[in-house]
Design a protein around this ligand. Sequence first.
Ligand SMILES: O=P(O)(O)OC[C@H]1O[C@H](OP(=O)(O)OP(=O)(O)O)[C@H](O)[C@@H]1O
Ligand SMILES: O=c1cc[nH]c(=O)[nH]1
Ligand SMILES: [Mg+2]
Length: 218
Amino acid sequence: MQNGKLHILTDTPSLANHFVAELRDVTIQHDSLRFRRNLERLGELLAYEISKTLPYTTAGITTPLAQTQTQLLTAQPVLATILRAGLPLYNGMLNYFDKAYSTFVGAYRVEEENTELQINMEYLASTDLHDKILILADPMLATGKSLVKAYKGMLRHGKPVQVHVAAVIASPEGVKYLQQEIPEATIWLGALDDHLNEKSYIVPGLGDAGDLAFGPKI
Ligand SMILES: O=P(O)(O)OC[C@H]1O[C@H](OP(=O)(O)OP(=O)(O)O)[C@H](O)[C@@H]1O
Ligand SMILES: O=c1cc[nH]c(=O)[nH]1
Ligand SMILES: [Mg+2]
């Protein structure tokens, strides 16, 4: 699906399908090194796709043989992510936007029986966001509450001129919530899944991205 504001990598046959498949597959996903690397690879692909929509200016460069011209980013984006599971995806993006400044948010879902899902946000370290192109990356867009809470917290550090949200797997419910709460955002997904289950996990999804990347939380 491509509607200008929502882009989904796996709607087109490409290697992105392999990386998402390996993240989901129970016979492969327990290899945590491979799991993190696949998140990183998708961060690289998403960064590349986003880069095609950013502003560029013509710049002159000197090779050993001649002068030539090229198109370079007018300004670096700011990369933001949510700990823990966001780290490998962020790292992939930083591999490509290698001069970007960063913003980090520490947030986690509090999953308790019979209560509505809450997000605990305990840490936010941000660079100046005023008039910046912000790319907010988190592998899982489930209810969307973590991303929305993180973004609203970040606005204390300036209003970005452009907002991109990048996720590896999203639910339709999460996309709808994000579009309602952050209508200015362009959304970039690895895959758009079917639904959320009663514990607000994405189905078919991949399970718990943070635990698969870094081990179970106690
Ligand atoms: O859309 P939501 O319903 O808010 O869910 C998505 C959040 O869940 C995961 O983090 P989690 O809370 O599991 O923390 P972790 O990265 O420490 O595992 C994921 O990385 C998102 O931040
Ligand atoms: O399906 C989900 C939902 C939230 N967080 C995850 O890691 N997976
Ligand atoms: Mg988790």
